[in-house]
Design a protein around this ligand. Structure first.
Ligand code: NAI
Ligand code: MG
Length: 498
């Protein structure tokens, strides 16, 4: 098999360099001098050596972020100037889009074409959208009627102030985009940040750190500490001088974050796992619904917190839909993300490969009917075949647990009540999909589903203006839209007797 791999030269040069962490305006080694390796998931070969930050590095970064938060250069910066910096950063991301997309492909495995079309422009959009909020963080004036001061008059208003020093811990499935989702709202509100990228995929965040300095953000406003979860993430979540921690990742670690935050009662926002139901009615437009349901699970190798991993199909079209899904899965070209003809890349790590193939054996032993796929793809790198499991039932682990791979479970339904009960029978509540031409049915389902996102006749549609986040154990708070700003602001009430 001949493959033509195209890697942006700026990205390969960046990947090969000596990597350091960003504290203040300086690029530094970890104080211990320790490093860890990252791997190219398409080959399993070592990609880069990355500083292994620990609690001492976190402490230094937090002190630096605190000083930057208090520094008038940032604290008194005009909101419009903050907005301009965010715009500039969005522009720089677009200027370096090929390089950043390639870094995410090398680190995460995702197809370059996907990163270039989705991750990178979405990250730039997020900064451009958030730039506009900098000048619109207004409080309100409030009329008072204080019962025990009947003759007094007041002028009362609220101020919306940044919460302070923010710790942000992000995952590896959308490396640059997750950094953008976190940094954009923190910076537009005037917070300062210590960002900890995932140990599997730190490269684009480190390159972003350079672009942040180039855009002109004052030193210390953004600090980036690379390291392992327990060594660098845990001390950040526990740090007494961090005012707020924002986390995206597993529900398991989300619970640890909440415990760690209790020490100084720092504010917490969490974007966690999912097992999102996708409801396909017989009256759907099958030409869009079937490929839509396939892409809902196979996009990004299934490593998506809101992946449509549980598909419920109305009885009368069940067999046809299974056939369509099988055809769609078989037509997906698996390969190295740097090959322009690749539709699906490898999973991001050996750990994910082990995890997903373990779920494939669990599905088999639980009696799920394998329609297509079902095993590792190739012998090099961390690839898994796009997999469809049919006739799955609610008690199976492959239906209840987040697999985070290209594995779809499909089961039939008879009526809407049965469907809603099944769809909502989950500890998660991140997203959902509904496929039907009947508008009333669609909106009734949208109301009944307990999830933070409902996509009707589409899936995985993201926009910086749309709030995104979880019901139930899928998280606390929202990312994006105006709503994410609540995570980074606190309200002060000022009352003057006049
Ligand atoms: P993870 O939750 O361990 O890692 C996410 C981030 O948290 C990384 O930056 C990691 O270094 C950090 N972290 C890990 N342990 C920590 C701790 N004790 N304190 C503070 N930070 C810590 O996720 P992992 O192990 O990479 O993946 C396991 C599973 O989690 C996946 O298979 C998937 O099911 C789920 N997941 C969900 C994501 C989402 O977008 N909601 C993203 C990544 C993983
Ligand atoms: Mg983990």
């Amino acid at each position: 098999m001949s493959t033509q791999l195209h890697a942006d030269p700026a990205a390969t040069a960046f990947a090969a360099k000596h990597h350091r962490m960003l504290i203040g305006g300086d690029w530094v080694d970890s104080h211990s001098g320790k490093t860890f390796d990252t791997y190219n998931p398409a080959t399993g070969e070592v990609l880069a050596s990355i500083p292994a930050g620990d609690s001492e590095d976190i402490d230094r970064a937090v002190k630096t972020a605190r000083a930057a938060f208090e520094n008038p250069t940032w604290a008194n910066m005009h909101p419009a100037t903050r907005g301009k910096l965010l715009h500039k950063l969005g522009d720089l991301i677009l200027e370096h889009a090929d390089e950043l997309a390639t870094l995410d492909t090398l680190d995460n495995g995702k197809p370059f074409a996907v990163a270039r079309a989705a991750d990178i422009p979405l990250a730039a959009d997020l900064f451009h959208y958030m730039a506009g909020w900098a000048t619109k963080l207004n409080g309100s004036t409030i009329s008072l009627s204080v019962p025990y001061m009947p003759d007094a008059q007041f002028h009362a208003y609220t101020l919306r102030e940044p919460i302070g020093v923010v710790g942000q811990i992000i995952p590896w499935n959308f490396p640059l985009l997750m950094a953008a989702w976190k940094l954009g709202p923190a910076l537009t509100t005037g917070c300062t940040v210590v960002l900890k990228p995932a140990e599997q995929t730190p490269l684009s965040a480190l390159r972003l750190g350079e672009l942040i300095l180039e855009a002109g953000f004052p030193e210390g406003v953004v600090n980036i500490i690379t390291g392992l979860g327990e060594e660098a993430g845990a001390p950040l979540a526990a740090h007494d001088d961090v005012d707020k921690i924002a986390f995206t990742g597993s529900t398991e670690v989300g619970k640890l974050i909440v415990q760690a935050a209790a020490g100084n009662l720092k504010k917490v926002s969490l974007e966690l796992g999912g097992k999102s139901p996708n409801l396909l009615f017989a009256d759907a437009d099958m030409a869009t619904a079937v490929p839509g349901a396939a892409s809902a699970i196979f996009f990004n190798q299934g490593q998506v917190c809101c992946a449509g991993s549980r598909l419920y199909v109305e009885n009368s079209v069940y067999d046809d839909v299974l056939q369509g899904l099988s055809d769609a899965a078989k037509s997906i070209k698996v390969g190295n993300g740097l090959d322009p003809s690749t539709d699906m890349g490898p999973l991001t790590s050996q750990e994910q490969l082990d995890r997903v193939t373990n779920y494939l054996s669990i599905g088999e032993s639980e009696g799920a009917r394998n329609i297509t796929g079902g095993k590792r793809w190739g012998s090099q790198g961390y690839f898994v075949e796009p997999t469809v499991l049919a006739d799955t039932t609610e008690d199976m682990r492959v239906v209840k647990e987040e697999i985070f791979g290209p594995v779809l479970s499909v089961s039939p339904f008879k009526d809407v009540d049965e469907l809603t009960a099944k769809a909502n029978k989950s500890n998660f509540g991140l997203a959902s999909g509904v496929w039907t031409k009947d508008l009333s049915k669609a909106h009734r389902a949208a109301k009944a589903i307990k999830a933070g996102t409902v996509w009707v006749n589409c899936f995985n549609v993201f926009d910086a203006a749309l709030p995104f986040g979880g019901y139930k154990q899928s998280g606390w708070g929202r990312e994006m839209g105006g709503e994410v700003l609540e995570n980074y602001l606190q309200t002060k009430a000022v009352t003057t007797q006049i």
